[in-house]
Design a protein. Structure first.
Length: 226
């Protein structure tokens, strides 16, 4: 073994000894504070900086990262709270509706004014109609009804024409929400001119809740006495 290899192995052994010592004595620099200012680390700019300064820079970077993360969490929580309030307001308004026409009017007004929807339509089928395999009104939509969960994305022109009529030409993305209750079945369609507003990866928790609210409202209105 040549002298260079021996020297390299000796350095590695000494380095590991130092590492093991510092791990076993984490208070070493507290007992030797002056040593911190004597230790130099290479900087990206090429200049040397003390270990203390590097630690401070690292701590500042971590603090900024956590600050941004916290701000993001707070923003999400604020948005969710605002969304809950708007959904609650919509629910209270639907409670006072007396027929299908009022339900549709409330949905169109509130979803457009409070949720920024560009078009809102409600298509209801009776359970008897929905059970027919050849029902033309359900052609192309049975999948969304059978899935019993909201769908978000872009739809073919034919389906847009059926859902939104004269507004179909300006709709670029759609949220389809199943409406299901005792004796009724249908779809609540919410359209947007923004192609990315309702995309397949969007969260659908609130859309599902909206579907439950509308379903229960229509189910109550269809009961005898209403």
């Amino acid at each position: 073994m040549n002298s260079q290899s021996e020297e390299r192995e000796a350095d590695q052994s000494l380095e590991q000894t130092v590492i093991d010592f510092l791990r076993a004595h984490p208070d070493f620099f507290e007992r030797n504070p002056r040593l911190l200012n004597e230790i130099q680390l290479p900087h990206d700019s090429g200049d040397a900086v003390s270990l203390v300064k590097r630690q401070i820079e690292t701590l500042r970077a971590e603090r900024e990262m956590y600050r941004k993360r916290l701000a993001s969490f707070v923003a999400v929580a604020t948005d969710n709270d605002d969304l809950n309030n708007r959904l609650h307001k919509l629910t209270l308004t639907l409670i006072d509706t007396l027929d299908f026409g009022e339900v549709l009017t409330v949905l169109q007004d509130r979803l457009q004014d409070d949720f920024g929807a560009d078009a809102v339509e409600l298509h209801i089928f009776s359970s008897v109609e929905a059970s027919k395999d050849t029902n033309p009104e359900l052609d192309g939509f049975r999948k969304y009804v059978d899935d019993a969960k909201p769908f978000c994305g872009q739809l073919p022109e034919k389906q847009l024409d059926y859902l939104f009529g004269a507004d179909a030409d300006r709709i670029r993305s759609t949220a389809l929400i199943p409406v299901m209750g005792e004796g009724l079945l249908g779809l609540l369609a919410i359209g947007s001119q923004d192609a990315d507003r309702y995309h397949p990866k969007i969260g659908t928790v609130y859309l599902a809740r909206l579907g439950e609210i509308v379903s229960k409202t229509l189910e109550v209105l269809s009961e005898p006495g209403f």
